[in-house]
Structure formats: structure tokens, C-alpha cells
Design a protein around this ligand. Structure first.
Ligand code: AMP
Length: 286
């Protein structure tokens, strides 16, 4: 893969890269389509990265429908589907890790110790192997996108990180490979997570300078109505720093992680308050 990538670079061919853990769905395919439009060649990786799973997480049962993934990639015009073995990525004696310190701490980082260290390390490895000009990440995993963006900036990696919109089911549930774990009934109630975030958005858009606890209370009440749902977190944070906001007087990220049965769902929404509330807020956020 790396020899081919270096050869492509030498010949001035731009590579668009979509790193995934496989079990591809329409969310992944939207990233792949965009990569196809914007680059000469498209590489997709399918690698269930052991380093980003905790000891009691779902590494062994994570879905791996590789033959189907291969068909979807071929149909989407992917040039190379890179599917390395774990021991090819983590060679014996591997001891080099990439840690994006502050951005990895809050939200999912607080509940999944070591997760973003595993993500940053494997993405750094993949960037060195695939040599992309552009790499595509879903906003569904907003903290992951921020961590990668910061790593690329801090380590001067010659790649442009492109954030892409979250693809949802008609009922609002964000597509995820882990949705395969949901029972039929849970799949319906799982919609409640995106609904709660939307309700929070309505509150924020209809009142200037909403105190964050007030907006959160509305969403928390809705999450409580989802049968069997156990929230890990529900927060309103600054989309740049991921630190909690006290008053929503500027663009905010509403983010939630909720456990439903054996499934952990995450979702987020970027919310811009009413123009009057953000008069003095000039900084672009993405
Ligand atoms: P994963 O295979 O879950 O590690 O995801 C691979 C990439 O696809 C990541 O950049 C994700 O953020 C992105 N992705 C996953 N689900 C969605 C979705 N519903 N919409 C857009 N992008 C997504």
C-alpha cells in the first residue's frame, strides 16, 4: 500500500482516504462519494483497531462483513480497499503512541480511557501508509474529528482533514455500524437520542443566552423517557475546545452518549443560537 501510495504521490496523483472499521453503511458511503469527487484515487481502509477498544468493550463481536464491504467499495469506485491484519499495523514490540492530550479528555474520553490514543495512533499509522492529500471524517464522531484535526496540525502532517455531515435514518437515528446490535424495538426508541438533541436546539434557538443547565434539563427529561436508556453523558460544549459552556451565547456542540441494552450510541448537533445572542461572536468554528 505504501509503495503504491508513494508512487501515486510521485506522479502527482491526489489520494482521498476514508478510514473505517468496516460494516459499511450509507454514512461511510457518503464519505467515499465525496472522496471520489475530489481526488484522483480513493483508498478506503477497513481495520477494526484493537487499540481503541477497552478490555470490556465489543472488539470481539464488532461486525466484520468483509465480503459485503468489498462489494460496496467496488460499486462506489474505490481504487484500493486496504484491509491490514492487526499484526501488520502493530508490529511485535510496537511502543509508539500518539496522544492528543486535552481534546481526548472530556466526553467519550472520560468514559473510554485510552480510546482516542488508539484512534490517533492508528490514524497516524494509516496516514503514513496511505499518504493521502485529503482524509474524510464524519461529524457524527465529532470529538474524533477534532482529535485528528489537532494531531494533523500539531504534527504538521501534509493532509487536509475534511469533516462530513452525519447521515441519519428517516427517524433521525445517526447511522452506525453498532446499530446492528439494536433489537427492532430498541432501534425505534434509539431515535429518542437525536430527538432530545433537537429539542435542546429548539430551546436554544428560541431564547437568547440560554443557561446551559436549562437546555440540558429539557433533553435529559426526554432521554429519561427512552425505555432502558442509560446516558453516559449529555453536554453542551464549545465546539473548539470541547469544554462545557455555562451560557449558550455562541455556537455550541450538543453531544450525547447513551447506552441502550448492549449498544452504546453517540450523537451530536452543532447549534447556532439566535443572531441576537451571538452578535459579538465572530470566530468561525469549522
Ligand atoms: P467507523 O467505521 O464507525 O470507525 O467510521 C468511519 C468513518 O465514518 C468515521 O469518520 C465516522 O465518523 C464516519 N461515520 C460513521 N457513521 C457516520 C454517519 N452516520 N454519517 C457520516 N459519517 C459517519
Amino acid at each position: 500500500m505504501q509503495s503504491l501510495a508513494l508512487e501515486w504521490r510521485r506522479r502527482g496523483k491526489s489520494v482521498g482516504f476514508v478510514p473505517t472499521m468496516g460494516a459499511l453503511h450509507a454514512g461511510h458511503l457518503s464519505l467515499i462519494r465525496r472522496a471520489r469527487r475530489e481526488n484522483d484515487a480513493v483508498v478506503v481502509s477497513v481495520f477494526v483497531n484493537p487499540a481503541q477498544f477497552g478490555p470490556r468493550e465489543d472488539l470481539s463481536r464488532y461486525p466484520r462483513p468483509f465480503a459485503r464491504d468489498r462489494r460496496l467499495c467496488a460499486a462506489a469506485g474505490v481504487d484500493v480497499l486496504f484491509h491490514p491484519a492487526p499484526e501488520a499495523m502493530y508490529v511485535p514490540g510496537h511502543e509508539t503512541w500518539v496522544t492528543v492530550e486535552e481534546l481526548s479528555r472530556p466526553l467519550c474520553g472520560a468514559f473510554r480511557p485510552g480510546h482516542f490514543r488508539g484512534v490517533a495512533t492508528v490514524v497516524a499509522q494509516l496516514f503514513h501508509i496511505v499518504q493521502p492529500v485529503r482524509a474524510y471524517f464524519g461529524r457524527k464522531d465529532f470529538q474524533q474529528f477534532r482529535v485528528i484535526q489537532r494531531m494533523v496540525r500539531d504534527l504538521h502532517m501534509p493532509v487536509r482533514v475534511v469533516p462530513c455531515p452525519t447521515v441519519r435514518e428517516p427517524g433521525g437515528l445517526a447511522l452506525s455500524s453498532r446499530n446492528a446490535y439494536l433489537s427492532g424495538a430498541d432501534r425505534l426508541t434509539a431515535r429518542g437520542v437525536s430527538r432530545a438533541l433537537r429539542a435542546m436546539e429548539e430551546v436554544i434557538k428560541s431564547h437568547p443566552r440560554v443557561p446551559a443547565p436549562d437546555a440540558l434539563r429539557v433533553a435529559r427529561r426526554m432521554l429519561r423517557t427512552i425505555p432502558g436508556a442509560r446516558p453516559d453523558y449529555l453536554e453542551l460544549v464549545d465546539p473548539d475546545t470541547l469544554k462545557p459552556l455555562r451560557v449558550v451565547d455562541r455556537p455550541a456542540l450538543a453531544a450525547a452518549a447513551v447506552r441502550l441494552g448492549k449498544t452504546r450510541l453517540i450523537d451530536n448537533r452543532l447549534i447556532t443560537p439566535r443572531a441576537s445572542a451571538r452578535r459579538r461572536w465572530k470566530r468561525p468554528i469549522l
